[in-house]
Design a protein around this ligand. Structure first.
Ligand code: GRF
Length: 202
């Protein structure tokens, strides 16, 4: 499968995917990395791995629509079978998302449907949650609202801070995302009628 990754920052999830693909754990290839921010570590990671990368800087467009039009063009140029959002921090309109429904994944640092949006670790702590975690889901027009494919949990200890919780969750992210991408690329995972289906479920 041809995979295009969208990033905004450090790209540690991108790195986990690059490593998994290089090890042969994913039946696919990351053919391009697109960032909406210039000068981020994720772009260096792409470079190091010999993956073409480009920047589509949202600040350079008049509005979201113009930004998304350019983003679509850049993605489509690589004819991907799968698009992975890996710490991509722009909200996407439904017109943008719609053509990619069923072939775009996102990773979100909470046990969805809890804590859509930002500051998930802080919110889990504030609510006194005993467990927290990460979800991978298909992207739909609803922010962090598409069908959940898989989750990994972490225990929240009394001593946990936002930072410690983030780092625990991050470790789970780096395990889970390559697994889910591998399932998708080997066609064990599909999207049908708004649902995530495994192993030929109907
Ligand atoms: C991750 O926590 C991811 O779940 C969230 O943004 C963060 C990106 O981190 N959507 P990185 O850029 O992959 O290091």
């Amino acid at each position: 499968a041809r995979i295009v990754a969208l990033i905004s920052g450090s790209g540690s999830n991108l790195q986990a995917l690059i490593d998994a693909a290089e090890m042969g754990a994913i039946n696919g290839e990351i053919v391009a990395v697109i960032s909406n921010n210039p000068d981020v570590q994720g772009l260096e990671r792409a470079d190091k791995a010999g993956i073409p990368s480009l920047v589509v800087d949202h600040r350079k467009f008049d509005d979201r629509q113009a930004f998304e039009a350019e983003l679509s063009k850049s993605i489509n140029h690589y004819s991907p079978d799968l698009i992975v959002l890996a710490g991509f921090m722009r909200i996407l309109n439904s017109e943008f998302v719609q053509p990619y429904e069923g072939k775009m994944l996102n990773i979100h640092p909470s046990l969805l449907p809890k804590y859509k949006g930002l500051h998930t670790h802080r919110r889990a702590l504030e609510n006194g949650d005993k467990e927290h975690g990460v979800s991978v889901h298909f992207v739909t027009a609803e922010l962090d609202g598409g069908p959940v494919i898989a989750q990994r949990k972490v225990k929240v200890e009394d001593s946990d801070t936002e930072e410690s919780l983030q780092s625990k969750v991050r470790q789970k992210e780096h395990q889970l995302y390559p697994e889910v991408v591998a399932w998708f690329c080997s066609k064990r995972l599909q999207y049908k009628n708004g649902k995530a289906l495994f192993d030929g479920q109907t």
